[in-house]
Design a protein around this ligand. Sequence first.
Ligand SMILES: Cc1cc2nc3c(=O)[nH]c(=O)nc-3n(C[C@H](O)[C@H](O)[C@H](O)COP(=O)(O)O)c2cc1C
Length: 180
Amino acid sequence: MAQQARVLLLFDSRGGLTEQLAQAVADGVQSVSGVELRYRRLSEANQKELLGIDALILGSPNWSGMTGKLKEWLDYSGDLWETGDLAGKVGACFTAGWSRSGGTEATLLQLMHLLLAHGMIFVGLPWSDTMRRSGSYYGATAHGEVTDDDRAQARALGRRVAEATLLLGLFASGAAADGS
Ligand SMILES: Cc1cc2nc3c(=O)[nH]c(=O)nc-3n(C[C@H](O)[C@H](O)[C@H](O)COP(=O)(O)O)c2cc1C
């Protein structure tokens, strides 16, 4: 792993709700030293940035699944599945939708599927009592508005991704030193 662990936070957002969650995730990532955050709206993201990252956090509005634009961007991001460039890297996800029972977890599962398909190590929300009110086991969420609880959960997710990325980097460099 590079000296600074590189976390790419890539998200789509039309109305700004998902972006509010993204900002809280970003706060969490940046609360951990030794991590470089690349914060990218889909419209300004470059597919080459998927190479050489240590973690990928995907965010999408809940449009009965991820948005078509995000799916298409990822579908045409190169032969990453073939090359294994994302394998062993940390992955996480978040979504914002309108309705609490409008398929939030289905959207997170779609994002999780994509990350796991690349052989990434998936990180969900850390357990906390706040889970009774906000978030999902699979990632950070918001419905109609971003509440303080939603923000706290999104920050916790970002922090956990950063910490897991650093830990995995240590593990990987230790393994390399052993020649294993
Ligand atoms: C095409 C489309 C499909 C949507 N499907 C859902 C849905 O299945 N469930 C839901 O809760 N909200 C749904 N919504 C509402 C969006 O998730 C909601 O507007 C959300 O805030 C979008 O995030 P954004 O503000 O970051 O763009 C849909 C909106 C659109 C435009």
